[in-house]
Design a binder for this molecule. Structure first.
Ligand code: RVP
Length: 502
């Protein structure tokens, strides 16, 4: 006879936190959101920790290099999507690792023979008024001067005027050596000489980077940024259970800090084989997460197979139709609670702590806080990040509203058959995801700041100053359908919806 779980499975929206005592120390500024990303032994430190408990989903519509840089600046990590060629994925990883915070490659390049008319057209296109003049007009050509909007007067000068007649020539520029100058040295020069931009050149006078005054403040805003020992941003990458023998070495060579097997269903022999191969061939130091699972058995299997973290969630993703097409899955909150219990048991038994990631189904910011309270060490978010400027998809305007595209890895658009692979044909037999729009929400930084401030505030209400303490102290209650209605505004007419007599 089939096994029946005793309880119904629930989603985050069916739970609430009951506040606990908050001392005078419980203020948001004192809250730490640091959390382990990979497994560690009792008494030891995990090799990788996050400064905020957020990761971006292994999806074409979410995690490219731009997203990875933006999220690492806030203290989280992206897993660059694996449903692309090995070369393209490795190139994205390498762009994140080579990104030097505050060091910008020139995107507005002109030559001495460029005309004022062309300068104005370029400025309108890029929005940047500072332009590097290189001999051949390339971003890394020999630097011969700089043009800013202070160098010309549109009303007095002919549009044919050549840049060489009004640029600030190289011999009058303050510049620095690209190989030896650090960001803080560059900033000192900027302040000392009252510059807006400092060009960094190599010994052949070729332009390498530009450092802007405004980026200095930007850097100061990112106190939690997640970097390695060489001050490079941390980045993860998704892998599959087919081409790992070629993909993994390419990703490691490109500098990936952590990998994750991307699969809709992780309780499978393919994951065990993949984990074993990677740890045997590339060493235990290569960190690999696995998943997804939704119960204690699945967790145990992946823990024993050597997973460095375990991802929880089947069918709860906003673009996911796995439950409808295949009838498998489990309410995300219940799945998480079950797996967390298994993690804690495993830790007690073995002294090995394997972090758990709650993946998918986060609709409101408070769902993230609930997931942490239920024991998740960190979250994986697709829809949340897809709405921001930094996601790789198109921003479109429909009926006066700005939207961004967002599609599932199991949709015909992504065709990520490896994610749904059960060892058969190399194709997606049927769709498990949809192609959709999400409301555009602006820059990642502003949104993440707001979400985290809500999270810190709730933690304070529960008397917790860090995630571990929060998990120990949290008191959660299931709510009835009627009290969910009570939770929103009710029995009032909202002013922005009230339109008088029309
Ligand atoms: P959400 O944050 O609710 O948008 O969910 C994102 C998660 O959904 C991903 O991390 C992944 O686990 C899952 N996913 C991605 N594609 C699909 C699909 O096409 N079914 N599901």
């Amino acid at each position: 006879m089939a096994y029946y779980f005793k309880e119904a499975s629930h989603t985050f929206g069916e739970y609430l936190l009951v506040p606990g005592y908050s001392s005078e120390k419980c203020i948001p500024a004192n809250v730490s959101l640091e959390t382990p990303l990979v497994k560690f032994r009792k008494g030891e430190e995990p090799k990788i920790k996050l400064n905020v408990p957020m990761t971006s989903a292994i999806m074409q519509a979410v995690s490219n290099d731009t997203m990875a840089i933006a999220l690492a600046k806030e203290g989280g990590i992206s897993f660059i999507y694996g449903s692309q060629s090995i070369e393209d994925q490795a190139a994205m990883v390498s762009r994140v690792k080579n990104y030097k915070s505050g060091f910008v490659s020139s995107d507005s390049n002109i030559m001495p023979s460029t005309t004022l008319g062309e300068v104005l057209a370029l400025k309108a296109k890029t929005g940047h008024s500072t332009m590097a003049v290189t001999e051949d007009g390339t971003p890394t050509g020999k630097l011969v001067g700089i043009v800013t909007s202070r160098d010309y007067r549109v009303s007095r000068m002919s549009m044919d005027t050549k840049v060489e007649t009004f640029m600030t020539p190289f011999n009058k520029l303050i510049y620095a050596d690209a190989d030896t100058t650090t960001l803080s040295m560059a900033n000192d020069l900027i302040w000392q000489h009252k510059l807006n931009m400092l060009p960094l050149v190599d010994k052949n006078q070729r332009l390498r980077y530009m450092v802007f005054r405004k980026d200095y403040t930007d850097n100061k805003e990112h106190a939690l940024e997640l970097t390695d020992n060489n001050k490079r941003y941390l980045v993860g990458a998704g892998i599959n259970t087919r081409d790992y023998a070629e993909r993994v070495p390419a990703l490691l060579k490109a500098g990936a800090d952590v990998l994750c097997i991307d699969s809709s269903e992780g309780f499978s022999e393919w994951q065990r084989i993949t984990l074993k191969y990677i740890h045997e061939n590339f060493g235990e130091d290569v960190k690999v997460g696995a998943g997804n699972v939704v119960d204690r058995e699945g967790f145990r299997f992946l823990a024993e197979a050597g997973a460095d973290f375990v991802k929880v969630g089947i069918g709860g993703g906003s673009i996911c139709i796995t439950r409808e097409t295949k009838g498998i899955g489990r309410g995300q909150a219940t799945a998480l609670i079950d797996v967390v219990e298994a993690r804690d048991e495993y830790y007690k038994e073995t002294g090995i702590y394997i972090p758990v990631c709650s993946d998918g189904g986060i609709v409101h910011d408070y769902h993230m806080t609930l997931a942490l309270a239920m024991g998740a060490d960190f979250l994986m978010l697709g829809r949340y990040f897809s709405r921001f400027d930094e996601s790789p998809t198109n921003k479109v305007r429909i009926n006066g509203t700005y939207l961004k595209e967002y599609w599932g890895e199991g949709s015909n658009r992504a065709r990520n058959w490896q994610r749904y692979d059960l060892g058969g044909d190399k194709k997606l037999s049927f769709e498990e995801g949809v192609d959709s729009y999400v409301p555009y929400a602006g820059p990642l930084h502003d949104n993440v700041m707001l979400t985290l401030s809500k999270m810190r505030s709730t933690m304070c209400n529960c008397g917790a100053l860090n995630i571990k303490e929060f998990q120990d102290k949290a008191k959660l209650t299931l709510v009835s359908a009627t009290s969910i209605v009570e939770g929103g505004s009710h029995d009032v007419i909202l002013k922005d919806k009230f339109r008088g007599n029309d």
